[in-house]
Design a binder for this molecule. Sequence first.
Ligand code: HEC
Ligand code: HEC
Ligand code: HEC
Ligand code: HEC
Length: 445
Amino acid sequence: MKNYTTLILAGLVIVLAAVLIGVMVYIQNQPTEVRTIQPLVEIAEMEPDSARWGINYPNQYHSFLKTETNNVDTTYGGSSEFSWLERDPRQVILFAGMPFSKDYNDDRGHANALKDVEKTKRLNLDVNDPKRTPGTCYSCKSSSNPGLWAELGMEAYDAMSFVELGEHVTEPIGCANCHEAETMRLIVTNPALEEAFERQGKDWTTFTRQEMRTVVCANCHVEYYFAGEGKYLTFPWDNGTKVEDMIAYYEEVGFSDWTYPETSTPMLKAQHPEFEFFTANSTHFEAGVSCSDCHMPYVRDGASKYSSHDVHSPLLNPEEACGQCHTNTEYVLERVALIQQQVAETKINTEDAIIDAINAIKIAAANPDADVELLDQARKLHRESQFMWDFISAENSTGFHNPEYALEVLAKSTDLARQAQMLAAQSVNDLSLLAVDTYYAEPNP
Ligand code: HEC
Ligand code: HEC
Ligand code: HEC
Ligand code: HEC
């Protein structure tokens, strides 16, 4: 009898200790704010209005508001909306025949997302034109989206025109794009991201908190396309997220964004593949560093410590962004400057190679005696080469997120462009098409 009591008591002590440890681990894993401050107001599920969330979380809200007025530039990035077409006129040629050749500005802070998409000259607001801008373009611009996707479903959302949908989209990016209101945990809010993970056999609800500190950015900072007539938002990740995997995917589904004028090449436009580029085995990714570590570092306001929601170039606050891990921030900033300079210079050489290919293909395509098969191969190489270049060019870190990969992809892109140029020359048996730097010789309008 006595033995039983001891056993039961010992058992109870063990169970209680386990529960206590469990609770402590759970509390430790909660975001700081959840650990310390009681909510003041109830926030509805998917509440689009960030000001409402701001009542409970004033530090995060006020730091988020700063993204609207940030305007400081860095050597290659920063927060003003300078024109890429003016800075690098080669891009006017590379995007000939599509809207990016008319208007292509650098990205700004999150609070500007809605007004920036509504004012770009790339829009086609004629609702009766089959080439009208689809509502899908709002997908990464607004905290109204999670609610609208829940209400309408993504299929109906995407099928609407930009003009129609615009009446329902009222807020820029906000809290509801990244957080679940009840728990404040980070979540996947974009159905296209959830579906892409599902097709890869991944379940984001099993990801760790540190993984989510990167994945939450993949709601928007990714490569995507609009599939079919319904312009259904889709991430081309079924073969993987390396640039070659995405090219193979687009080949399989027979997708192109536009046809290049005079060469008739079916082209691809890369979006802003920060997530795919960073996660392609970069040093920081492999070391377990997340996007939020650099772009949303912890900051202090008196006694409280919180994640800065003033998301911008970390080169503007290196002590907070890099200093948490690197004791010598001056040294790492020098490294960034060198990496970005190498990538930017290599990128221009790649652009020259692609433009030489374009000019050679144009001349060959105008020749009725050209070898059709060789010419088609040249077109295919131009398509692949330009997507690879754009994957690095449209990615917003000028190579920093993954320096080795940036140079590898640009080297491949240059190689494919030169091969395309040679095939075009071969298709009409004309060595003069092997001329280099034709952009300067014959500047296109
Ligand atoms: C190790 C730190 C670090 C990590 C991790 C990191 N970034 Fe960056 N990011 C940078 C630096 C440095 C730049 C270059 C800024 C510049 O040129 O001014 C940058 C640039 C950017 C820019 C362009 C900023 C501008 O000023 O225009 C975006 C957008 C961006 N990163 C998003 C991401 C996303 C999304 C992730 C995760 C997938 C990520 N970053 C991971 C350091 C980091
Ligand atoms: C772009 C995505 C994004 C948006 C938009 C966003 N957050 Fe966050 N938020 C994060 C990330 C990342 C963290 C860090 C979470 C972690 O470490 O678990 C965070 C953390 C928090 C925390 C936990 C405490 C802390 O500071 O680390 C609170 C509270 C919070 N955010 C409130 C807000 C509020 C309020 C808004 C709207 C004004 C907002 N967030 C908008 C990404 C976002
Ligand atoms: C809901 C979509 C969405 C999410 C989620 C999101 N972003 Fe962005 N981000 C954008 C858009 C759109 C822009 C460009 C806005 C503009 O130019 O008006 C942008 C701009 C930026 C910039 C450039 C800011 C500047 O001042 O130049 C950085 C850096 C950035 N995002 C990092 C991140 C990081 C890191 C995460 C994850 C913690 C994240 N973003 C999550 C859509 C998003
Ligand atoms: C959360 C920690 C963390 C943060 C934040 C961080 N780094 Fe790092 N960084 C690392 C680790 C870990 C390595 C790998 C170093 C090693 O293994 O010796 C690294 C490596 C580097 C390297 C060398 C890369 C190479 O391949 O040679 C550079 C350059 C660098 N970081 C720059 C930066 C800059 C700039 C920032 C801020 C924008 C930053 N880091 C922010 C952890 C971090």
